[in-house]
Design a protein around this ligand. Structure first.
Ligand code: NDP
Length: 294
């Protein structure tokens, strides 16, 4: 057996093309152009790359893009003032503050200062609560991308045992909520979990969101399982060049799993596509338009 590749890149491209048409339709029918404001504090090179690609993707989808780059010595109060302005700005439907923030700024306070209706990262406590109680809100982008990829490949998720390794607020926990909502039986694993390999062997769906290169070995995977690799790790190859690997030992997993996301080209591209989707959803809902009708 050789696992089918779950091609997140192709799926994300299709999602973005479909969104572009919906954005055009929203503009034609309601005169609305959704706008995404991305706020970057400091000069972190990886964050700069992420912010650039989010702004570029917004423009390609036909959205308005507003970039706010602030110096590393920006105070929490200055950042909160900017968020007040963006919350009040009707041209802004989505607000994303690129993390991590400089240490002097309390990230929790910043996230909770974003209007929950514009919180396209889905990190605000109101959106966390809505997700946990199964109510409509804005859902974090990476878990949303994982669920879309799973649904694209599996007709019904009901009753499947999903093991999620990693319990962060941005990936593991919200994904557990989404898969519970999809009627999976969900087990969360983390650094204190005992006998992780044995637990993983019981998973119909195995999600790795850890940040440890190739930690999940082929022998941990139940034959025929679906493997979603969220990890993005930079490692130095034998030839001295940098390459990206996931949290799963991909070559070992391929002969065992039924389907697997590659790294790169799996979950990563879905994250940005879902951010654009969330901005569109926020723009519609803020004006009492059902996004599913567009
Ligand atoms: P965090 O560091 O916030 O969380 C890592 C989780 O892994 C924690 O819950 C931790 O457990 C658990 N963990 C660590 N070591 C082990 C271990 N040996 N065995 C079992 N569990 C372990 O990471 P994130 O959730 O932010 O990110 C995870 C990965 O996903 C990273 O590689 C990141 O780069 C990637 N990522 C990719 C995205 C994408 O778009 N594709 C988006 C976001 C993240 P404990 O809680 O006990 O400490």
């Amino acid at each position: 057996m050789s696992a089918a590749l779950i091609d997140g890149k192709t799926y994300a491209t299709a999602l973005r093309q479909r969104l572009r048409k919906r954005v055009d339709q929203l503009r034609a029918s309601h005169g609305i152009v959704p706008g995404l404001a991305v706020v970057l504090v400091g000069e972190d090179p990886a964050s700069q790359v992420y912010v650039r690609s989010k702004s570029k993707a917004s423009l390609e989808a036909g959205l308005n893009s507003f970039e706010h780059k602030l110096p590393a010595d920006t105070t929490e109060d200055e950042l909160l003032d900017l968020l007040d302005q963006l919350n009040a700005d009707d041209a802004v439907d989505g607000i994303l503050v690129q993390l991590p923030l400089p240490k002097a700024i309390d990230a929790g306070a910043v996230i909770d200062a974003i209007d929950p209706d514009k919180d396209v990262d889905g990190f605000h406590l109101i959106n966390v609560g809505l997700l946990a109680t199964g109510e409509p809100g804005l859902v974090p982008c990476t878990p949303m991308g994982c669920e879309l990829l799973l649904r694209a490949g599996v007709p019904s998720l009901a009753g499947l045992h999903a093991v999620i390794i990693g319990r962060s607020n941005i990936v593991g926990k919200p994904l557990a909520q989404l898969l519970l909502r999809a009627d999976c039986t969900v087990t969360m694993a983390h650094s204190k979990t005992r006998d992780l390999p044995a637990l993983c062997q019981t998973a119909d769906i195995l999600v790795a969101a850890v940040g440890k290169p190739e930690m999940v070995r082929g022998a941990w995977i139940k034959p025929g399982a679906i493997v979603i690799d969220v990890g993005i790790n930079r490692v130095v190859g034998k030839d001295g060049t940098m390459r990206l690997v996931g949290d799963v030992a991909f070559a070992e997993a391929v002969p065992i799993a039924a389907a697997i996301t590659p790294v790169p080209g799996g979950v990563g591209p879905m994250t940005i596509a879902c951010l654009l989707e969330n901005t569109f959803t926020a723009a519609c809902r803020r004006r009492d338009i059902d996004p599913d009708t567009i």
